[in-house]
Design a protein around this ligand. Sequence first.
Ligand code: RUQ
Ligand code: CUA
Length: 660
Amino acid sequence: MLALAGAFLLMAQYSCKPKNAGNAVSGDAASKAYVAPGKYDEFYNFVSGGFSGQMSVYGIPSGRLLRVIPVFSVDPQSGYGYSEETKPMLNTSHGFIPWDDLHHVEMSLTDGSPDGRWVFGNGNNTPRVARLDLKTFRTAEILELPNSAGNHSSPFATENTEYIVAGTRFSVPMDNSNGDVPINTYRQNFRGTVSFIKVDPTSGNMSIGFQLRTPGVNFDLSHAGKGKSHDWFFFSTYNTEQANTLLEVNASQRDKDFIMAVNWKKAEDLVKQGKGKKESVKYAHNVYDEKTHSSTSKIENEVTVLDVKDFPDIVYFIPCPKSPHGCDVDPTGEYIVGSGKLAALLPVFSFDKIQKAIAAKDFIGEYDGIPVIRYEAALYGEVEKPGLGPLHTEFDGKGNAITTFFVSSEIVKWNVKDLKIIDRQPTYYSPGHLCIPGGDTKKPYGKYVIVYNKITKDRYLPTGPELNQSAQLFDITGDKMQLILDFPTIGEPHYAQAVPADLVKNNSLRLFDINANANPYVSKGEKETKVVRNGKRVDIYITSIRSHFTPDNIEGIKMGDDVYWHVTNLEQDWDVPHGFAVKGAQNAELLIMPGETQTLKWSPEKPGIYPFYCTDFCSALHQEMQGYIRVSPAGSNVPLTFSTGTNMPKDTVSVTPMGK
Ligand code: RUQ
Ligand code: CUA
């Protein structure tokens, strides 16, 4: 066992380089990935940014980067997390947090298929789940999760997005207990949590429906059941040893960890019957309002908890070899694939057999009060000699599965029914997640698989000690998977999902109606602009339109003032943002969309003249789009004035003719 763990580590460091790495692309590959200039891609690909905390959007098959959407990390480019309107999005029970680690994306589902409305992402470090609105490609909501640490097994949707589900990676003492305990009292004091987040079917608004309190294991990944297994949820677990130190050795002791099967319908019923306990906790709920272009953050203080040891008929453990990572359910809902990182085979469990085993109480015992089903009783079969270090599996909609193998650097296609291997292709190098469009849904679109590699090594021109991570696109329409494109990615991509472009592109919002702008600091035209002093607070209501600001000359600001620039973009044309920046501002720029108002706070640190300008090249006279603000000493009697086009120079300037 230890030898295998050692090999895993070794190969992760010196990842084996497949043979013929250079010439794996055959003749017609380029035409398959080629999307002519001006033509649209076939699929949107939503890709997690890992430690960048963002989500990026690519076109498939071209691999073109379309957008980076800020989610958990501040974004100076758009002002997200810097503007007064967006700061509350990053509030938590720990205060303002400008960063997180986003691993998994999940698109909202209707009847088990993506509906193109929202995409969810997890914050791993300070446990949070975000909902992005695909009308605006913006983060619309962020919900913090109490009783959690390392929100990794998250966010995964039930078939109609009834719930977004999140399992804690770290088990920890619960928030309402004294956490000041010796670390080696793990087994007494540390517990796990799975959160069921309710999603309002119309607005998408999230709230924690309930949490399950579980034994103190690590949850890694999960997937909801589908079709016949609709009522169930499956989670991979590791560290069932409940070790608290040197996990690479101590959490690899047991021959099998568990897949945890949860009957969430039954849990929901129990909660409806009032069986849950209310616990007092603290977590932030942040919502962005499209009408005011502003977010609010509210601290919630209660959660309903169901302890699974009091209700053993909602949770079962299924032994699964060697630290399973991915936990993937096939389109029919019958087959559940557990990918043991250190296992030499790939177990496929049968939902029907699991149900029979539960009915027959075919258990080998209990783990922390939870029944453990006999492995063979739940097992459909094993894929033999699939590769080394299986991580994740997706489905092609034709009865096949494709699995990534981190250690042997390959993807392997196998048939779900007969468990026979059909094809294997090298990837460059060490693939983590993979994405087939719709590949974890009821109706995969198939056609491509995109593989997200952890190591790029010699694939691109070197850029110092760090190379971007990389995606590889394969055509999977034939028997053999064919590599057709490599493209670098942002941050570290973990999971990604892809959907046909039409599902999203026709709903995309193009501008905000200025008449519907409900931001309290809007100026709906240049006539409404003004500068208002209230003690040491100065509010500047300013507009931008090609190619000037109103006002663009402001005087009478004094040292010690806090200045709030409320910039309204009066444009009503698609794709004409204006930017705003003022010298010495210690936050970032604003990038204001057509019809929108955004606010930048500025506290000048010395008297003088401060230019401000538009940062987004908006017209031929963009470079003329600028202004000045004058800051005077604290006691000065310079009156507050503001104007555009009237504060003319005291002197004129002209070219003095030669010889005069
Ligand atoms: S993980 S590379 Cu954080 Cu989804 Cu498997
Ligand atoms: Cu507005 Cu440049």
